[in-house]
Write a protein that binds this ligand. Structure first.
Ligand code: BG6
Length: 473
């Protein structure tokens, strides 16, 4: 244990700024339900479930989810009771534009107006994200993010949202974890359309980045005075050893999985080595004149960081099958560090210092961009076993998880990181794509049979932390 790590084990009071953003994050498809109600159009999740329900844990769809569409007043009241000062929602593109473009759905406008107003009335600032994995089906049928016309439809959707809600919403995000639809949909087969093709994946990634810059441009063309950014899942890459071959493996993983989105979003440029790698793989995307200038000009005001786990890698030990399609993993192998701390309920490593490393990297190499932790959290399968006689989940493991991450966040803050808040994933247990309700993350438990909400021990602990502007540990 080095000196800093040792310091982390000593009891101390961690105090946070009085205007720190405390809250949680969620997304439309994962919490709203009402998937076929009030004029919402189908998105890829509705469609994929209809085609292959077996791809979803326990065969559960998003049709009902946690039913926020009908219960938002009660949920926002509970958020208020638990002390939130901010909450991230996403707008469902196919609820607002049932076909992804063209006619707008007035019932959706009404719903999001009511949610935004309800949050503001409760003293909770709405952070609004425009895209959280949920491509409208009709646009996917035109090729989704592979098709440049879809970028145009997205920018029109974004512009409409600014016009409809921008008088009250002052924190906007263009995408949540845009690399995930690339990985899930075009490399590793866990999102529709289940393509495995590196070159197509790169085009999807490029169009997502371009769409973000164009949405920022559209926002800046209004006279609205809020901030607009993007939310990225950053997974620091740690080498197995200091051997140059391991260091190079970690460097390549970092370029592919972090810097591919981080550099264009914050600095407005792509890493040269990424461009070289894509050239070597004959996978450069189609770029039009003016695009790179747009990306260079319209960088983010604020960056959301989703951090769950680190990425540990080592040099590639066996040559890949020469007829296998190129994959990022042809450049490195994953490495399981002996003795690593695990969230055994989810199978993910827990490495709290990662949050500090990310914030320090942003401070040193990314102009100390304004940022916040937009997601962090602990998924637990089988959480029911921790329910006590009064019906509340005694999730001390989650309290510990959050506190240990916050300690490292606090150190980064003391050293000058421009970090403005912390949002847990998520407020109440929600539907998580093909994992459905397998892993529970919320401060509030949701009984899927009757939709009853029960605050977990961590929810009360977080309320106290907000009241005290910190905690002792
Ligand atoms: C985050 C996503 O990366 O992970 C969320 O932004 C998702 O949408 C969360 O629900 C948890 O994922 P999982 O697979 O553990 O349920």
């Amino acid at each position: 244990m080095n000196q800093t790590e040792n310091m982390m084990t000593q009891t101390k009071h961690y105090t946070f700024p009085s205007d720190f953003w405390w809250g949680t994050a969620a997304s439309a498809t994962q919490m709203e339900g009402a998937a076929y109600e009030d004029g919402k159009g189908p998105n890829i999740w509705d469609y994929w479930y209809e085609q292959e329900p077996n791809r979803f844990f326990d065969g559960v769809s998003a049709t009902v989810a946690s039913n926020f569409y009908h219960r938002y007043e009660e949920d926002i009241a509970l958020m208020k009771a638990l002390g939130h000062n901010s909450f991230r929602i996403s707008i469902s593109w196919s609820r607002l534009f049932p076909s992804g473009e063209g006619d707008i759905n007035p019932l959706a406008v009404n719903f999001y107006n009511r949610v935004i107003n309800e949050l503001i009335d409760a003293g909770i600032e709405p952070f609004v994200n425009l895209y959280h994995f949920d491509m409208p089906l009709q646009l996917q049928q035109k090729g989704g993010w592979e098709n440049r016309e879809v970028v145009t439809s997205y920018v029109e959707y974004a512009r409409t949202c600014f016009e409809l809600f921008g008088d009250r919403v002052t924190k906007w995000f263009t995408h949540n974890e845009p690399i995930v639809p690339v990985e899930g949909g075009y490399l590793y087969d866990f999102h529709y359309p289940n393509v495995v093709d590196f070159k197509r994946a790169v085009q999807v990634a490029y169009h997502s980045i371009l769409s973000s810059a164009l949405a920022i441009k559209a926002y800046k063309a209004t006279d609205l005075k809020g901030k607009i950014g993007i939310i990225l899942n950053l997974t620091p890459s740690y080498p197995r050893s200091q051997n140059p071959a391991d260091l190079q493996a970690a460097h390549l993983a970092d370029i592919l999985f972090n810097r591919s989105f981080l550099d264009p979003s914050v600095l407005g440029t792509f890493p040269d080595e990424l461009v070289d790698l894509l050239k070597t793989q004959k996978a450069l995307p189609h770029v039009e004149e003016g695009d790179l200038q747009t990306i260079a000009t319209y960088t983010v005001d604020v960056l959301g960081i989703n951090y769950y786990q680190p990425r540990r890698v080592k040099v590639k030990e066996h040559l890949p099958n020469p007829s296998a399609p190129f994959m990022p993993e042809h450049l490195f192998d994953y490495y399981e560090m002996p003795g690593r701390k695990m969230n055994r309920y989810r199978g993910w490593e827990i490495y709290e210092k990662g949050i500090y490393d990310i914030l320090t990297n942003l401070r040193k190499n990314y102009g100390n961009v304004e940022c916040f932790i937009s997601e962090n959290g602990m998924g637990v399968e089988g959480e029911e076993q921790y329910r006590d006689a009064e019906g509340s989940i005694q999730d001390d493991y989650r309290i510990n998880f959050i506190a240990e991450h916050l300690k490292w966040l606090h150190l980064a803050l003391e050293e000058g990181a421009n970090v403005k808040g912390y949002h847990l994933w998520t407020f109440m247990d929600n539907w998580s794509w093909s994992n459905a309700y397998k892993n529970r993350y919320g401060f509030v438990g949701v009984d899927l049979e009757n939709q009853t909400r029960t605050v977990k021990k961590s929810g009360y602990w977080f309320k106290q932390l907000i009241e005290d502007q910190g905690f002792e540990k």
